[in-house]
Design a protein around this ligand. Structure first.
Ligand SMILES: [Fe+2]
Length: 237
């Protein structure tokens, strides 16, 4: 798996260069505006719990890799609760018609983000645990990159609002280590796994797919934030 972990690290470095992350680091922009894409995360944050609970987790199991996956899913299946709390603190919890919420969640502006969990579930369906584990490592790499950026913005925002942000702030980033969680010395364990040619091909494919779907969603959020100014958004709702 050593070369798979190297590929994930390479893709992670590229992922960190996306325009939305540059935008978030631009201190000349109001910190609230730098997080104006937060509602777009809804399909990801809400489906991600389900992906962990109903797709990745398989119990009971004797397979040591599936056991690692299962332990990890118990950490990652409930972070959407923090997301809902942050939406309120960030000022997005205004009165909005239920039908308009549905239009937004199933609309064009969140299409790519809706694809993340869907595509990952399709690409890991009935796969060997090692393929799922590789997908999780790639997901964790993207999460680590994104939350490293959001933590900086929420720290600035906290100075103004005196609010603590659970999902976009330090609370979440402390448990998103960038790697699969719940198992000691997991990095060494992963590095020592020898893959067959067939496994290697499948694992590389799934890693590339994970970065592809996350990259497209991040571009989509950037397009959203360019169109929706935070103040306008508040007025509209
Ligand atoms: Fe999380």
């Amino acid at each position: 798996m050593k070369e798979v972990l190297a590929l994930i690290e390479k893709r992670k470095q590229e992922f960190a260069q996306l325009p939305l992350f540059k935008f978030m680091q631009d201190k000349s922009i109001d910190p609230q505006q730098r997080l104006a894409w937060a509602p777009c995360v809804a399909p990801l944050a809400m489906n991600f719990g389900q992906l962990n609970k109903y797709d990745f987790r398989k119990e009971p199991t004797d397979d040591p890799i599936q056991q690692i996956i299962n332990r990890h899913t118990y950490e990652d299946d409930h972070h959407w609760v923090w997301f809902l709390e942050d939406l309120e603190k960030l000022g997005f919890d205004n009165s909005i018609k239920f039908s308009d919420v549905l239009r937004f969640l199933w609309g064009k502006e969140t299409y790519k983000t809706r694809q993340i969990c869907h595509q990952i579930a399709l690409h890991t369906f009935r796969c060997e645990p090692i393929v799922v584990l590789a997908a999780i490592e790639a997901i964790e790499a993207t999460a680590h990159t994104a939350f490293t950026m959001t933590v900086q913005v929420t720290q600035e925002l906290q100075q103004i609002t005196k609010q603590k942000y659970l999902y976009f702030g330090e609370h979440h980033s402390h448990v998103e280590t960038g790697h699969i969680t719940g198992t000691d010395d997991v990095k060494q364990f992963l590095e020592e796994i020898q893959l067959t040619q067939e496994q290697r091909a499948k694992v590389f494919e799934v890693v590339e797919k994970v970065f592809e779907v996350f990259t497209e969603a991040i571009h989509e959020m950037m397009a959203y934030v360019e169109k929706h100014h935070f103040v306008q958004l508040m007025k509209a709702s």
